[in-house]
Structure formats: structure tokens, C-alpha cells
Design a protein around this ligand. Structure first.
Ligand code: URA
Length: 428
């Protein structure tokens, strides 16, 4: 077998066999296939697509290209994954809720790349929180406290790491078979028995339309079934940032306020109820989605989820005085108001532009090795559908560089339409 023949076959729109896909993944992981040969094949897949069988074989070959975690000593582990977005702090809120029901939470999360944020960067903005604990401590934390969230220190799905980085440089990110295999290979390698995936859809997501999100969901669910990992995909909107805060410390503070039951943005409530109720169903903790949705909110109200978050931070070396008093977190040097230019209804807070601007302020990274500024980002006071008056403050830019804040103010990321008819926040 040789790689030129495999590239030519996909270039000519033919279906690849299991052996050809496995040969490509193993040889590329070992460095025997070059980046330019892999780039040619990835581009051919991007253009000509893959059948469900090919996507499944690609996923399995990638999943078994490195370590596969055995979490069987923890019982039945239910994992959660998001296809990415802006202001997405759902893991920080939802996983302590899930742990508060006695369901083991053993989750490996990633860092942010490009305009989308990552849970590990957010957790690292809590002083002392160690995302790089050993696998033994990860498992013992779950046994002791029911929850651990760590970074991907193991050699999980190394083929995905290489292919993901390559896709980013050759304009091949938005491909359903490539996204499905990337996500599902990591989930299979991470050892969970059951998986709930938040498939984000809208301007700030990889999937821009409902149709694409449905297709991605269909193929990931089918791969999960074949790999014996029950998988449920939930499509959630990503046209505006999730909640009100965007940026690492700012999102952690918002997640803590929500867990303390200080307030609950309507979109966050909807997402945690949808995903959470499905996770409770998978764990056989409830007999209906409606019952699950009520219990998810109940465990925030009664303080059980907040307590789990405190346990999580303490057990990973984090300073819980920051959780108790979030005013202790560092603040950006400049906090600049964004004001409404006219009376009307907010029609958009564009997630993609806000994500990119947040990155420009320093909250995200362009390359994996870039460092991030945990203090910067946005805190909005309004959501799409809210009425505003001319001159009213819509939110604040948090910046360490005043010139950058002024540059951000010049950009268009808020839409206001004349008229008083409020848009209801609605599912995509
Ligand atoms: N998340 C992933 O892990 N991979 C993709 O390709 C897209 C989102």
C-alpha cells in the first residue's frame, strides 16, 4: 500500500477501505507520511466528503492511534463535549451539577484555539488550579469528590492532534467527516461510556446552519453506536455569546455567580437543562427529560452544585478564597463602556466578531504556544431581544491596552433595530 494511491483514490471520489484509512492514520502518526501528503488527502476528503463507513473507520483509527483511557474503576462515566463557541462556560456549570447527583465526572478538556474559548484556560485563571495532575490523582479525585477536570496530558488520539493542527493551516476546519472523527476519536480515547455532545450552531460556531448541525449530529450519534458509546447530540444556538461574559476570568466569575444562584441567563438555563436532563436520563437518575430539567435547576438552588465546584477547585490545588469572593480575581486595567447609538431592540450581538475581538484583546491564542491574558474580554448587560435606549450601557470591554479597547469600540458587533417589539430568545 502507498499513500500516493490513497490520495489519488480520494481525489477521484472513490471510497477508501478500512485498511487504507488505518494505513494513512498509523503512518502519519509515526511520521512516515509527510505533512504535505496528509494535507493533500485531507483536502481531498474536505472536497469530496466521506461515506458514513469511511468516517467511522477514520474515527476508530484516530481513537486507537494513542492511549485509550480505562475508567472502568469509576463505574459508568458520562462525558460532555461542545463543538465550541464564544462565552461557552457550560462545562464549568454543568459538570459540578452532574457530580452533585453522584454521577462520576472524569473529564479531560482542551484549550481555546482561534476565536473559541477552552475550559482548561478558564480553570487555569483560578490561582493554584492544577490542570496537569497525574492520571492517578485524576482518578482518585473522582473517587473522593466525584469530580475532576484536567487537561489532555495523556497521549490521547495523537493522530487527531496532528490532523487538527494541519486542518487549521490549510483551510479545512469546516468539514463534517473531519469534525465528527476529530471529536468522536477523542471521546472514545477518553474512556467515557456515554456521551452528550453540545452541537453549537450559528455565527460563532463551526456549523453555521441547522441542516449542517443536524448532519454532524447524525454521523456522531451513529459512530457512537458503532463504538458502543451511547451518544446524544443536542443542537444549541451560538449566534450570540453564551451568557453575558466572554474571556477567561470573566467567564469563571459568571459561572461561579450562576452556581451561587445569584442570577441565571435564560440561554444558559436552557442549555444546562437540555444537556443535563439528557445526562441524567443516560445515568438512569430520572425517568423523564422534564423531571431532569427540574432537578438540574434544583441542585443549583439548594447549593449542592456550588459545593461540588468548591470541592473540585480545592482538590486540584485552587485557592477557594477566590471562589468565595470573586472580587479577588485580577481585573483588566481599562473597563470601557459600550453604549447604544439609538433607541430600539437589540437584533444581534455577533458571536463570531465578539470572539475574534476578544482574541484581539488577548483572551485567545492564534497558535497553540501563544500565552493568553486571563483578565480581558467583554461583559454584556443585554442580550438579543432586549430593548435599549440611546446612550444606555450595553456592556463593557475589559482591556489591558487602552488603544485596543478604542479599536474594539469602532467595530460593528451590536445590531439595534428601531421599534419596541422584543425578540424572544429562541432555540436555533
Ligand atoms: N472540536 C474538535 O475537537 N474538533 C473539530 O474538528 C472541531 C471542534
Amino acid at each position: 500500500m502507498n499513500i500516493q494511491d490513497i490520495i489519488a483514490k480520494k481525489r477521484d471520489k472513490q471510497e477508501l477501505s478500512k485498511e487504507e484509512i488505518t494505513y494513512f492514520i498509523n503512518s502519519y502518526t509515526k511520521g512516515e507520511v509527510t505533512d504535505y501528503q496528509a494535507a493533500a488527502l485531507i483536502m481531498a476528503i474536505y472536497i469530496n466528503g466521506m461515506t458514513d463507513e469511511e468516517t467511522t473507520e477514520l474515527t476508530l483509527a484516530m481513537a486507537y492511534s494513542g492511549d485509550v483511557l480505562d475508567l472502568s474503576s469509576l463505574g459508568e462515566v458520562i462525558d460532555k463535549h461542545s463543538t465550541g463557541g464564544v462565552g461557552d462556560k457550560i462545562t464549568l456549570i454543568l459538570m459540578p451539577i452532574i457530580a452533585s447527583f453522584g454521577i462520576p465526572v472524569a473529564k479531560m478538556s482542551g484549550r481555546g484555539l482561534g476565536f473559541t474559548g477552552g475550559t482548561i484556560d478558564k480553570l487555569e485563571s483560578i490561582p493554584g488550579y492544577n490542570t496537569g495532575i497525574t492520571i492517578d490523582r485524576f482518578i482518585s479525585n473522582v473517587k473522593q469528590n466525584g469530580i475532576s477536570l484536567m487537561g489532555q496530558t495523556l497521549n490521547l488520539a495523537p493522530a487527531d492532534k496532528k490532523i487538527y493542527a494541519l486542518r487549521d493551516t490549510i483551510a479545512c476546519t469546516e468539514s463534517i467527516p473531519l469534525i465528527a472523527s476529530s471529536i468522536m476519536s477523542k471521546k472514545i480515547a477518553a474512556g467515557a461510556n456515554k456521551i452528550v455532545i453540545d452541537v453549537t450552531c450559528g455565527s460563532g460556531a463551526f456549523m453555521k446552519t441547522r441542516k449542517e448541525a443536524e448532519e454532524l449530529s447524525r454521523i456522531m450519534t451513529s459512530i457512537g453506536k458503532l463504538a458502543n458509546r451511547e451518544t446524544i447530540c443536542i443542537i444549541t444556538p451560538m449566534d450570540e455569546p453564551v451568557g453575558y461574559a466572554v474571556g477567561n476570568i470573566l467567564e469563571v466569575k459568571e459561572a461561579i455567580d450562576i452556581l451561587k444562584n445569584k442570577y441565571m441567563p435564560e440561554d444558559v438555563k436552557d442549555i444546562i437543562q437540555e444537556l443535563g436532563a439528557n445526562m441524567l436520563m443516560l445515568a438512569n437518575k430520572v425517568s423523564s427529560i422534564e423531571e431532569g430539567k427540574e432537578l438540574i435547576i434544583e441542585n443549583i438552588r439548594n447549593g449542592k452544585a456550588y459545593k461540588k465546584f468548591v470541592d473540585l477547585v480545592r482538590s486540584q490545588g485552587g485557592d477557594i478564597s477566590y471562589i468565595e469572593d470573586t472580587d479577588k480575581f485580577e481585573k483588566a486595567k481599562y473597563i470601557v463602556p459600550i453604549t447604544a447609538e439609538k433607541d430600539g431592540t437589540i437584533t444581534k450581538l455577533d458571536a463570531l466578531t465578539i470572539g475574534k475581538l476578544s482574541c484581539y484583546l488577548g483572551a485567545g491564542r492564534q497558535k497553540k504556544e501563544d500565552s493568553i491574558n486571563p483578565r480581558v474580554g467583554f461583559v454584556f448587560k443585554k442580550k438579543a431581544g432586549d430593548e435599549v435606549r440611546s446612550g444606555e450601557v450595553l456592556g463593557y470591554i475589559h482591556a489591558d491596552d487602552e488603544a485596543k479597547a478604542q479599536e474594539v469600540l469602532k467595530q460593528e458587533f451590536v445590531g439595534i433595530k428601531n421599534g419596541k417589539e422584543p425578540l424572544k430568545w429562541k432555540k436555533n
